[in-house]
Design a protein around this ligand. Sequence first.
Ligand SMILES: Cc1cc2nc3c(=O)[nH]c(=O)nc-3n(C[C@H](O)[C@H](O)[C@H](O)COP(=O)(O)O)c2cc1C
Length: 176
Amino acid sequence: MELMKAIAMRKSTRSYKSEQISDESLNTIINAGCAAPVGMGAYNSVHLTVIQNSDLLDKITAVTAKVFGNPNMKPFYGAPTLVIVSGKPNEKAPAIEVANAACIVENMSLAATDLGIGSVYLLGFLFALSSDNDLLKELSLPEGFVPAAALALGYPTEPLTKEKDLKQTIQINTIK
Ligand SMILES: Cc1cc2nc3c(=O)[nH]c(=O)nc-3n(C[C@H](O)[C@H](O)[C@H](O)COP(=O)(O)O)c2cc1C
């Protein structure tokens, strides 16, 4: 798919089929994430955790529902794959782990769109996950790494077909 078409077709998918994506598609998406720019080229300061274990996804869902006081909350919208992007905070570059994670997530999301796979950038549930040390340990993150962003992946219940108009939706001032 042409890049501008993938950009126009990408959207947040919030309803998924239970069918798992193939390992081949997952690898393509992960490789797109790994090609993203990372501050100072420090690829060893970022880490990806792929979760396809429904028990762990259910545990994270339960903790999130509890923290947000909404028993019906489905933070992953039924997506069968979750990729958590973690990073190592650097006091000399505040929030760099979040900035790195955003680049990685967007690359993965565009690659998923190219494959007809739905995705949604997720931040909300990380607040709940990060407040539960036992659950956090289940991610087996390297020492000093914290979750910074996540992407849910799966086949959308409604196929991605609509291309949005590419127009200036963000306020701009131009200085010439
Ligand atoms: C930093 C960031 C955090 C987000 N967190 C969530 C989230 O926790 N849950 C969710 O459903 N969508 C989340 N989104 C998706 C946005 O709501 C969505 O991208 C935006 O409304 C535009 O819609 P679109 O992605 O369909 O173009 C997040 C997006 C970004 C960039």
